[in-house]
Ligand binder design. Structure first.
Ligand code: RP5
Length: 155
């Protein structure tokens, strides 16, 4: 499987639509899960072990408040982990710092608060390192984005 997305709570799943959109554009295979690092730590360990067996290439994890989920996942596996801080309280600064400020040796690639779109795109970029077809699609995506702008006045 290409990507597993692990949310800390069903309430975080408001961020899932952008992920589905990006993975739809690039034809990425994915699965989504809800498991809290705080409320179900043993299940989380089991899940990560299952994801390793499925040869998952990238894990995206979204969590709010004291957002330990992406960091704990990273501590359990060598699969790259992209963390999405969910803006639940304090403007999301609590989760941003929880996810970004990992101790040396346990990295989590952190995107901006609620920026699940970028998390999905980063996952596509990571997978494209060994997938030429995906690389070409990413190049087209960038070119289309550029072409949506004009140097001529819009009014
Ligand atoms: C975190 O606590 C979750 O990721 C969620 O963002 C937050 C609140 O969870 P709920 O109380 O809405 O389930 O662990």
């Amino acid at each position: 499987m290409d990507v597993a997305v692990v949310f800390g709570s069903e309430s975080d799943m408001v961020l899932s639509e952008d992920i589905k959109e990006v993975f739809g554009i690039f034809g990425i295979e994915y699965e989504m899960y809800v498991i809290s690092a705080h409320r179900a730590p043993k299940k989380l360990v089991e899940l990560v072990s299952e994801l390793e067996k499925k040869r998952t290439k990238v894990i995206i994890s979204a969590a709010g408040l004291a957002a330990h989920l992406p960091g704990v996942i990273s501590s359990l596996t060598s699969i790259p982990v992209i963390g999405i801080p969910v803006g639940k309280s304090l403007g999301g600064m609590d989760s941003l710092l929880s996810i970004a400020q990992m101790p040396k040796g346990v990295p989590v690639a952190t995107v901006g608060i609620d920026n699940s779109y970028n998390a999905a795109l980063m996952a596509v970029k990571i997978i494209s390192v060994h997938n030429e077809g995906l690389r070409v699609k990413l190049d087209d995506y960038r070119e289309n984005r550029e072409n949506s702008y004009s140097i001529y006045p819009i009014c």
